[in-house]
Design a protein around this ligand. Sequence first.
Ligand SMILES: Cc1cc2nc3c(=O)[nH]c(=O)nc-3n(C[C@H](O)[C@H](O)[C@H](O)COP(=O)(O)OP(=O)(O)OC[C@H]3O[C@@H](n4cnc5c(N)ncnc54)[C@H](O)[C@@H]3O)c2cc1C
Ligand code: FES
Length: 318
Amino acid sequence: MSKLTFENQTLIPGPGQSVLDTLLQAGVQIPHSCKQGVCQSCLIQVGAGEIPAQAQAGLKAGQISKGLMLSCSCYPQSDLKLQRYNPKQEMLTTRVVSKRMLRPDVLELKLDGELKYQAGQYVTLWRNDTIARSFSLASQPTERFLSFHIDVRPNGQFSQWAAQTLQLGDSLSLQGPLGDCVYQSEATTPLLLAATGTGAGTLTALAKEALTQGHTGPIHFLMCARHFQSMYWQHEINKLARQHSHFQPRFLALEGTPLTGGEIADVYPLIRQEFPPLNNVDVYLCGAASFVNKMRKQCFLAGVKPRNVFCDAFEPGG
Ligand SMILES: Cc1cc2nc3c(=O)[nH]c(=O)nc-3n(C[C@H](O)[C@H](O)[C@H](O)COP(=O)(O)OP(=O)(O)OC[C@H]3O[C@@H](n4cnc5c(N)ncnc54)[C@H](O)[C@@H]3O)c2cc1C
Ligand code: FES
């Protein structure tokens, strides 16, 4: 049985219990969000003991050499001596330069900060020392500001605060960038991009990046929703289509009055009916985790190779 030592306490994780859950259960306040090894808000330092490889997946060499690990992804195999880590060392301070509602429940937030990133990556934004949430960039690195599309959820601890309380000029701490759902295709490869919800902003930025880098293969862009009323960002997507004839957007929803050019259609069967063969296509998926997971499966069934699918699943944090 492995033993954890943390600030003069000795703790024994229960069967299948992560280090994070063991600490939280003992009343220790450790910042955390996704609990899936994605957001890196739960970093903790190991003074002694063997760190399982999974607990350092996605960390940079500099973080690993400091003995950092993701406490949510650590299921210890040996005794560990743990120290609190101040995540501020990982953070960039940015300033709010713009806020506007793109839809009654989607906030566009623009931040000023010197961040090196690629379109399609995500960051973790910190409201304070304990509340952190991940959001994908909806801008290209060439743009002046970092842009985000934030779904403002009922009782959202970050999103409600960002929509209602955060002011222009306020500073906001940012951790990252993270993630590999970035443009990485051969210029002539056909692309299938599919987004739902606030994934629209991120995938539009990724499509713009592909076009900026001279992508010449067809780019099929599927904007998907349950209801047409919940769609937004069409004008930006259509603008791109007017500028580039090989960028071909479709707007699909199950219900509602179709927008101009919109179709009542279920995207999951459509992938297999209208797009095969997909074995030479690169697929980029972004939005609600349930959508991304289901789409990924449909793409595999339609012949897409697993290594050609790049995803950004918007899992809940908190
Ligand atoms: C890699 C990554 C990238 C992401 N990018 C974006 C992005 O660009 N834009 C964006 O809007 N979101 C994005 N998300 C999702 C976002 O981080 C979470 O939805 C987060 O919990 C939102 O915080 P909140 O303050 O709104 O709500 P919270 O305080 O976390 O939760 C409030 C309530 O809403 C529910 N809830 C929260 N998020 C979800 C969800 N995604 N699905 C279902 N129920 C949920 C919670 O269970 C809770 O009941 C991303 C997530 C990941 C992991
Ligand atoms: S990576 Fe551990 S809580 Fe997100």
